[in-house]
Design a protein around this ligand. Structure first.
Ligand SMILES: [Zn+2]
Ligand SMILES: [Zn+2]
Length: 392
């Protein structure tokens, strides 16, 4: 392991920042204190800082001392999740119902660590933009930044991001193509007509329709879609009725669709709409469907993935590197930055004996042991991709 010495010196400080952020979580587009914390730190190191990009986003811009050249964007997410932390850690969330359950406190800290080290020794040619993004967890923070001209105001030839993962501590997984799935979400409301359960002929019972919709749509992957293109349809909630002897007016289903291929994604959306409508109408009910696609598939470009592979292998050694594992069924809104710029999103393992819980688990905590690893990867990425002789 060859960590960057100036980053290693920051380990105690970075751990304190990370725990401060962990104790004070803020949800998407409400990262006011977090953005202030980030902006104050960047300014204190003499980094040009722009706040309010995509509402609560922050961008720090640093130019290398080896001359002009290309430009890189490195993105960290800042938002927490609406859940309550289970464990009474000394740095546990102070706010019930909010928790850094996905490690974005750690991502923010690693990028701050890299910014601090690079500001002291900007041994590169060109420009790096440190992109602190709000609202990654389904609230559209990446798109908000892009819509406010992120890449016009802060031109980036390439973009990079990382996510902690339940892989062993220090293991790095890089995909040279698709990393993460598209995630759609749907809500189906079946409108019927209630009545006494003993007089069903007077009712239009929405429950059997909802049940048929559930069974039909969950069976779609591998039937209507090619079994070689992975897809998942999961109904996560089904609600209807309150009493054993009453037929309710309405039934609700909500769920998610995960895919890697846009065509498969479209096929499933069309089929879900068609099945819901037809199943309901077959018995005289009607449906309202809300279908949203907040996350596209996350797809790396090969040249930038190869660059990340070289840097990961330099910093962590080739034995810690996993190239092209199966893509994740989870999703990531960095996908929208990758739609506009070449780049790479990779995974950094953090699991050890005291960090077994996966992200979004109420027992989860980011592992501070990977702070110097992530920050070192970012420093070396900037130095190598913006070397004075051009990208290596
Ligand atoms: Zn998450
Ligand atoms: Zn996350």
């Amino acid at each position: 392991m060859k960590l960057v010495p100036s980053v290693q010196q920051l380990e105690t400080e970075m751990t304190a920042w990370r725990r401060h952020l962990h104790a004070n979580p803020e949800l998407g587009f409400e990262e006011f204190e977090t953005a202030c914390f980030v902006a104050d730190k960047l300014r204190s190191w003499g980094i040009e800082t722009t706040e309010g990009v995509g509402r609560t986003g922050v961008v720090g811009t640093l130019r290398g001392r080896l001359g002009t050249g290309r430009s890189l964007g490195i993105r960290a997410d800042m938002d927490a999740l609406p859940m309550t932390e289970a464990r009474p850690l000394p740095h546990a969330s102070r706010i019930p119902g909010k928790m850094h359950g996905c490690g974005h406190d750690g991502h923010t800290t690693m990028l701050l660590g890299a910014a601090s080290a690079l500001a002291r020794s900007p041994d590169f040619a060109g420009t790096v933009h440190f992109i602190f993004q709000p609202a990654e967890e389904g609230r559209g923070g990446a798109v908000a930044m892009l819509n406010e001209g992120l890449f016009e105001r802060f031109p980036c030839d390439e973009v990079y991001a990382l996510h902690n993962s339940e892989r062993p501590l220090g293991e790095i997984a890089v995909h040279r193509g698709t990393v993460a799935a598209a995630a759609d979400r749907f809500e189906i409301v079946v409108h019927g007509r209630g009545s006494h359960a003993a007089m069903p002929h007077l009712a239009i019972n929405p429950l059997p329709s909802a049940a048929r919709i559930l069974l039909a749509i969950e069976a779609l992957p591998g039937r209507l879609t090619d079994v070689h293109s992975p897809a998942i349809v999961t109904v996560g909630s089904l609600r209807a009725g309150e009493a054993f002897n009453t037929i309710p007016d309405t039934a609700f289903l909500t769920g998610t669709v995960r895919t890697f291929d846009h065509k498969v994604q479209m096929t499933l959306e069309t089929a879900i709409r068609r099945i819901a409508k037809n199943e309901a109408e077959a018995f005289g009910a009607s449906v309202d469907i809300r279908y949203e696609s907040p996350f596209a598939p996350t797809i790396n470009t090969p040249a930038q993935a190869d660059a990340m592979i070289a840097i990961a292998s330099e910093v962590m050694g080739p034995e810690r590197l996993v190239v092209d594992p199966p893509p994740e069924m989870g999703s990531e809104d960095f996908c929208y930055m990758l739609q506009q710029r070449p780049g790479c999103y990779f995974l950094l393992g953090q699991a050890d004996d005291s960090h077994q819980a996966a992200a979004h688990d109420t027992n989860y905590d980011f592992n501070d042991a990977i702070l110097p690893i992530g920050a070192s990867l970012w420093v070396r990425l900037v130095e190598r991709r913006l070397s004075a002789g051009g990208a290596s």
